[in-house]
Design a protein around this ligand. Structure first.
Ligand code: FMN
Length: 169
């Protein structure tokens, strides 16, 4: 079993859009979910609910979009929902995004690829998965073993994205 160090996992991660026809073992899935469960959250609200979609018909429905066509090929897709609590949807969305990214990294460390999908129709996903109105849908993320790991995307250099002490370009 692959198990990268944390920093190797963070630095080598890629968005994966092609998946082998191979299931993710239960223990690997639960470790991925555990990485989300233990994530930090504003006021420790843990405002999230994660739906693990394995149903072929639902996956096919989720795939119906220009930027999500590969969902149907992934053995499972995790849909991250954030409770619209009193401290505002904003922090709840941020907390849930952090939990989802913890899962993405935990998965990658074990050889499981994934891809964040933000291009989804929230109303459609809500209906399809019976998500109550008191939750926002944060993201839809297919997970599976990569057929091929793509070349790294071009990233901005460090001097272009940070400054010390004050914002400067
Ligand atoms: C919030 C968010 C939304 C994204 N939405 C989509 C999407 O709808 N479809 C898709 O194919 N990729 C999506 N991506 C993946 C990005 O395209 C990808 O992260 C980016 O091109 C950089 O590539 P890398 O992840 O391999 O570094 C999304 C990523 C993030 C963080």
């Amino acid at each position: 079993m692959i198990c990268l160090t944390l920093i190797d996992a963070v630095l080598s991660r890629r968005s994966i859009r092609n998946f082998e026809k191979k299931d993710i073992p239960k223990e690997v899935l639960y470790q991925i979910l555990e990485a989300g469960r233990l994530a930090p959250s504003a006021a420790n609200k843990q405002p999230w609910h994660f739906i693990v979609v394995t149903d072929e018909v639902i996956k096919r429905e989720l795939s119906k979009g220009l930027f999500s066509r590969f969902i149907k090929d992934a053995p499972l897709t995790i849909v991250g929902c954030a409770h619209k609590d009193r401290i505002g949807g904003r922090w709840s969305m941020i907390s849930t995004a952090i939990a989802l990214q913890n899962m993405v990294i935990a998965a990658w460390a074990q050889g499981v690829g994934s891809c964040w999908i933000g291009a989804f129709d929230e109303d459609k996903v809500r209906k399809l998965l019976s998500i109550p109105d008191r939750y926002n849908v944060v993201a839809v993320i297919p997970f599976g073993y990569p057929v091929k790991i793509p070349q790294p995307k071009r990233k901005k250099s460090i001097d272009k994205i940070m400054s010390f002490n004050k914002f400067s370009k």
